[in-house]
Design a protein around this ligand. Structure first.
Ligand code: PLP
Length: 367
């Protein structure tokens, strides 16, 4: 098979790599947009239960799918839901179903890298739409739907839109997405990736799930890796019409989500206290960090997620290395064509205080 020109996905640094490289015991990992907290109820289940590890997990976790459907709302039911080994796996199923070497996928510039990787694996042509260049807009460098529309050709079969988006943290209004979808031919599948949906403030009435009954070509994906704090267990889901989900299940291995992931997802989605506390911590970390960025005249992009991407200019490598030496891992964004920016995930109050202190020291501001 011909070698594919695929940009490798570089995950945030491993804690153990940084510990070894800089001989530091305590590492603050703010590089992969994880929740800094774990639900006590999930911990209790993992630690205090005798698990049937000898048996395969449930291949049709209908109960979990029903719980998710109820949580998602908009009259969805278990048949509208497909579970994946992370929402990444759902993105892969849809890509495998829609793309081949004679088709094109449209990916907005500065999008989550996985979109490009999985589309290239299908040998599809990648067409990159322009970002929003309006410097005064809160959507600056986010998705420009007009540009996406302009890139449509007779071969377009798939469009990826993250809302809110990583790494730009930007959000496009549902009314704009609705207008955009209404202008598309049905043969083009659209994925609205809502991995960070739960961080939207407020998030009520902002989900594209409300459009699923209207558009047959629409899939929405969601993750348990973010606000639900289960990144390590790998579980996420896709939502679409019953017919679309039935077809997509053909791509699913029978046991793609494991026992712990299934049960922990069920517990976490019902642990409203944990979700609310996670959100509260995120809101307050976001508020404080924005205040500091404003004080230091540091420009930042969208603020709708559990991270902020901020402009450092030519010092971005130096700041990244400086923080690393202090045991703080943030994310460089060369791979996202944002080499003068860094992305910092929002951690606990203590972690953020350490980050803010080191940022001030780097810029020689009194702490
Ligand atoms: C935009 C976006 N989509 C999807 C994912 C993948 O999430 P999951 O852990 O559910 O595979 C991420 C992870 O960071 C993301 O940023």
């Amino acid at each position: 098979m011909a070698a594919k020109n695929i940009t490798k996905y570089t995950p945030g640094f491993n804690i153990s790599d940084v510990q070894k490289k800089y001989n530091i015991k305590k590492i603050i990992k703010l590089s992969s947009n994880e929740n800094p907290f774990i639900s006590d109820k999930v911990s209790k289940y993992i630690n205090n239960t005798k698990h049937s590890l000898n048996l395969y997990p449930d291949s049709k976790p209908n109960k979990l799918q029903s719980i998710i459907a109820r949580n998602v709302g908009f009259k969805m039911n278990e048949k509208n839901i497909i579970l994946g080994n992370g929402s990444n796996e759902i993105l892969e199923f849809i890509t495998r179903q829609t793309l081949n070497s004679s088709t094109e996928a449209i990916i907005p510039k500065h999008s989550f890298l996985v979109y490009e990787i999985i589309s290239k694996l299908q040998d599809a042509k990648i067409v990159v739409s322009k970002p929003d260049f309006n410097k005064d807009s809160p959507n600056y460098l986010g998705i420009d739907l007009d540009s996406v529309k302009n890139k449509i050709s007779t071969n377009t079969r798939l469009i990826f839109l993250a809302n809110p988006a990583n790494p730009t943290g930007t959000y496009i209004k549902l009314s704009e997405i609705d207008r955009f979808l209404s202008s598309l031919p049905q043969k083009i599948t659209v994925i609205i990736d809502e991995a960070y949906y739960e961080y939207l403030n407020p998030n009520k009435d902002k989900s594209a799930v409300s459009l699923i009954k209207k558009y047959k070509n629409l899939f929405v994906t969601r993750s348990f890796s973010k606000i639900y704090g289960l990144a390590s267990l790998r579980i996420g889901y896709g939502i679409s019409s019953e017919k679309n989900i039935e077809k997509l299940r053909l791509y699913k291995q029978p046991f793609n989500t494991n026992l712990f992931a299934q049960k922990a997802a069920e517990i976490a989605i019902n642990d409203h206290h944990f979700v609310n506390e996670s959100k509260k911590n995120n809101d307050s970390a976001l508020f404080d960090l924005i205040q500091l960025f404003d004080e230091l005249s540091i420009r930042y992009l969208g603020t709708h997620c559990n991270f902020i991407t901020f402009e450092v200019g030519k010092d971005s490598k130096a700041l990244f290395e400086y923080l690393l030496k202090k045991g703080i891992v943030v994310r460089p964004l060369e791979n996202y064509k944002l080499s003068t920016y860094l992305r910092v995930s929002l951690g606990t109050r203590t972690e953020m205080n350490t980050f803010k202190k080191q940022l001030k020291l780097f810029y020689h501001v009194k702490v």
